[in-house]
Design a protein around this ligand. Structure first.
Ligand SMILES: [Zn+2]
Length: 499
């Protein structure tokens, strides 16, 4: 009896251990699957070329990752910045003719309906400056760690503009076109700032995207995410495109595109140029070199595809996840430089995010500094690191001198919201140029190896998150084993006088 019991006792214990392992497996997977807490966007889009509209059905699965309970959710409606009579401008006055070569043109987004997942209507309103925000009243309070599914029907109409959102002679740029959830910041609430002509006035959380796009078959499609399938029917092509852990979704269409591709470190790089362009092989190879260099400097680009796309665009270039726009108005001399800068944003903006409206110096400073590092690694392009730094220094000093002469004083603080820079040159000098000088100064202090190691750790530790200035300072301090708070703060507060 005793023996029998002991034998069975052992069996029972083994069975219990096995049961415990089996039961805990889903939890082990659940905990390691970070994507469970990301928002999911399912977008069904139809592009109408006659009307220049995108009709969309959006289903958002929104996760409350905060410590607060929400009675409403808020979404940016960026296309309304392009409507007639807005307070905020989409370009500065001196760029107006370049952005609108055929005269003023307007765009907008109309919200047709908002429902819950069972198609029951939800109360919503469009408001804020220039109708830039959609508020959706939730049917019940959304507590921390809970999620809700919301369906939004919308129509976005594009202006005739060489902009992120607009159609031009060569490309149709469809970015910031759908309602995207406002970021909730603990203690500060939802971030609902309107558009601004300076910089990239965007801020979003990483999410998963499943997009179905239908467009006339005459167009070639470049976009964020990875193309999963493509079906042609009666002159129209439907694409299924998926993107995991990306913070926005951008589409560029053109009837003039020709694609050159290469593979680097297992990543497919596609270059979309205009048919007949001469340097497409060279441009795709260059883009590949950028990816390879940044992979080894900062850590690997975590997606399978990167699309580098020539487009009609008022500024030099623009970054979105898995896709960068390079303006067709950039000179041949500067073209590679712009490619290197925009690709660097895949690391600084795409993977490690920031509030680009509030702290533009972080992603612009790091992307511009990364461009310097690229050219330092590749002396075959003839741009030496030291020359680039001394040029940045003289540009910056010239800017300070001119502003002092004209205004009697100059504000050299960097950590300002986009609407707090008086002019576009002031924004550029204090985010890009002074950003580069700040990071070069840190490298001088720490030594190149230690500084690059700190950037690598920053990339690893803050992947798929949004980083604040305080977190940036803490991360660089801890990985370099040196308290950098005073130094970095004196740069961003404008106390350091650069002589
Ligand atoms: Zn940039």
């Amino acid at each position: 009896m005793k023996k029998f019991l002991r034998k069975h006792f052992v069996k029972i214990i083994i069975a219990c251990i096995l049961l415990a392992i089996v039961v805990s497996i889903p939890f082990i997977f659940k905990q390691s699957n970070e994507s469970l807490s990301y928002n999911n966007y399912t977008l069904s889009l139809t592009y109408n070329d006659n009307l220049k509209t995108i009709e969309g059905e959006e289903e958002v699965c929104y996760f409350n990752n905060s410590n607060n309970a929400f009675s409403s959710l808020y979404f940016h409606l960026y296309p309304n910045a392009f409507a007639e009579g807005t307070t905020s401008k989409v370009v500065s006055n001196n760029n107006f003719d370049k952005a609108f070569p055929n005269g003023a043109s307007y765009g907008k987004i109309e919200i047709l309906q908002v429902t819950d997942q069972f198609d029951s209507p939800l109360e919503f309103s469009v408001g804020g400056e220039d109708n830039n925000i959609l508020e959706v009243v939730l049917p019940e309070i959304l507590y921390p760690d809970e999620s809700i599914n919301i369906k939004i029907s919308f129509v976005s109409s594009l202006p005739n503009a060489n902009h992120r959102y607009g159609y031009g002679e060569n490309t149709i740029n469809i970015a910031n076109f759908y309602p995207i959830a406002c970021v909730y910041q603990d203690g500060e609430g939802f971030f609902t700032q309107p558009y601004h002509s300076n910089g990239d006035p965007f801020y979003s959380d990483v999410a998963n995207y499943n997009v179905n796009l239908t467009a006339p078959s005459t167009f070639v499609v470049a976009s964020s995410g990875e193309q999963i399938s493509k079906v042609e029917n009666d002159g129209e092509t439907s694409y299924n495109i998926c993107g995991e852990k990306i913070r926005d979704f951008c589409i560029v269409l053109s009837q003039k595109f020709e694609i050159f591709s290469t593979t680097v470190d297992g990543i497919t790089i596609n270059y979309f140029g205009y048919q007949g362009d001469k340097d497409m092989q060279e441009d795709v190879d260059f883009a590949g070199e950028c990816v390879k260099t940044y992979n080894s400097l900062f850590g690997k680009y975590p997606y399978s595809v990167l699309n580098v796309v020539k487009a009609n665009f008022v500024h030099g270039g623009m970054e979105y996840p898995n896709i960068v726009l390079i303006s067709d108005s950039v000179s041949a001399k500067d073209y590679k430089y712009v490619i290197a800068h925009e690709i660097a944003h895949q690391w600084w903006y795409g993977v490690v995010g920031t509030n680009q409206y509030q702290h533009a110096w972080i992603d612009e400073g790091l992307a511009e500094y990364s461009t310097y590092l690229f050219f330092e690694e590749h002396d075959e392009y003839g741009l030496s690191y030291n020359n680039m730094i001394s040029n940045a220094l003289s540009n910056y000093k010239f800017f300070v001198q001119v502003y002092e002469n004209v205004n009697g004083t100059v504000d050299t603080s960097m950590d300002r919201a986009l609407d707090q820079f008086a002019t576009e040159p002031e924004y550029v000098q204090l985010t890009y140029t002074k950003g580069v000088l700040l990071f070069d100064n840190l490298r001088e202090m720490l030594g190149k190896d230690k500084f690059l190691k700190a950037l690598k750790e920053l990339y690893q530790d803050y992947a798929y998150q949004n980083i604040s200035p305080a977190e940036l300072i803490a991360s660089l301090s801890s990985s370099s084993n040196r308290n950098l708070e005073k130094v970095i703060k004196s740069w961003i507060d404008g106390e350091v006088v650069i002589a």
